[in-house]
Design a binder for this molecule. Structure first.
Ligand code: DCP
Ligand code: CA
Ligand code: CA
Length: 367
């Protein structure tokens, strides 16, 4: 865990204000200052985002469009444009990465940053948060809110307090008083249903929650009991985990008996293709999408320990169903003069959109 000399971390949570709606108002000046809803325009659709003007009428995310229109007769429904939101998401991510590599996006419009040891050598996380909000505004013409504290839980709750376009610091000396007074529905992870259940038991604030025993919390929250026991005491050791996208995914096997025949070799590649498929299915890109790649690489280690890799890059992402046949095709390009002790199969150029890669690309592949 990243900690400074006092054992305290500097964590911030940044969240864009009325994200989709603000991007629409930025790009379509005629929508500025007006109540708008992104999504929800079709007969069964729900509102994805509401501008602050629309929220004044009670329009909210996840509300059916028909209800939103009833609450706010002048509401303007706008179609979403995911590409525009993704572009902003990338811009803010690049700003975050100038300060620290420990950036954990939670969705397109928000992330945790661990600034304990930041790249700028700045001491005050509050100043960094202000600088980041300023940079976001300069580069995107959009506002963000930020929360600054010593752990994820507090930073996340804090970022919501002075929304929109605000910053909230929860300093170590203020943590206990802050949590004691915090209404339970502001605890991240306590939904409406649980909040109602707690209120029926006369539990309204963090202070009330703290008075419950571990076993009572276990009954209320199941597996998350210990988490709530800790966070109502201001303790949250969860690390900021940068979900870096792997550059390649591969698997390999050293055979206890060297492979001698072509038939064995094909079988081995088929089984590697299956394992590779499973590994890709378990992985997700940094945008939490399915991983797929355009380059497939076969690695061969011979009985004398010499090694060869062969790759092929296609214009489009390679279908998992083709892993085995492409692997076998790569093998057939090889002069096999001796027994094989190891085979590996990997996929790289993961989730990138360039289509101009040539077929000859021979990359150094990390197995
Ligand atoms: N979103 C969605 N469906 C939801 C909630 C959100 O499609 N049920 C989308 C639209 C939001 C974006 O995700 O603009 C970010 O969600 P937030 O919960 O952060 O809400 P906003 O950014 O819209 O508003 P706030 O200013 O309260 O953060
Ligand atoms: Ca937001
Ligand atoms: Ca958000």
């Amino acid at each position: 865990m990243e900690e400074n000399g006092f054992g305290l971390r500097k964590i911030i949570h940044v969240d864009m204000d009325a994200f989709f709606a603000s991007v629409e108002q930025r790009d379509r000046p005629e929508l500025r200052g007006k109540p708008i809803a992104v999504g929800g325009g079709s007969s069964r659709g729900v509102v994805a985002a509401a501008s602050y003007e629309a929220r004044a009428y009670g329009v909210k995310s996840a509300m059916p469009g028909a209800i939103a229109a009833r609450k706010c007769p002048d509401l303007i429904f706008v179609k979403h444009r995911f590409d525009a939101y993704k572009a902003v998401s990338q811009q803010i991510r690049n700003i975050f990465l100038e300060y620290t590599d420990l950036v954990e996006p939670l969705s397109l419009d928000e992330a945790y940053l661990d600034l304990t040891h930041n790249k700028k050598g700045m001491k005050s996380a509050t100043l960094i948060a202000e600088e980041i909000r300023q940079r976001i505004f300069e580069e995107t013409q959009l506002t963000a809110s930020a929360g600054v504290s010593v752990n994820k839980f507090l930073a996340k709750v804090a970022s919501d307090i002075n929304k929109p376009n605000g910053l909230t610091l929860i300093a170590p000396k203020d943590i206990t008083a802050f949590i004691d007074a915090l209404p339970i529905e502001r605890f991240y992870g306590i939904g409406k249903v649980t909040a109602e259940k707690l209120k029926r038991r006369n539990i309204h604030t963090g202070k009330d929650l703290k008075e419950l025993s571990k076993s009572a919390l276990g009954e209320l929250f199941g597996k998350s009991g210990p988490h709530f026991y800790a966070i109502c005491r201001g303790i949250d050791h969860r690390e900021v985990k940068p979900n870096r996208q792997p550059k390649s995914i591969s698997c390999e096997e050293t055979y206890s008996n060297n492979i001698r025949s072509q038939e064995e070799c094909h079988e081995a590649i088929e089984s590697l293709a299956l394992r590779l498929k499973e590994r890709l299915e378990k992985s997700k890109s940094s945008k939490r999408q399915k991983l797929e790649g355009k380059t497939i690489t076969l690695k061969i280690k011979f009985a004398d320990f010499s090694q060869q890799t062969r790759s092929k890059t296609l214009a489009l992402p390679i279908s998992q169903n083709d892993f085995a046949s492409l692997g076998i095709a790569l093998l057939q390009q090889e002069q096999i003069a001796q027994d094989i002790r190891l085979l590996g199969l990997g996929i790289s150029k993961l989730n990138i959109n360039e289509t101009d890669e040539s077929n000859e690309t021979q990359l150094t592949f990390e197995f």
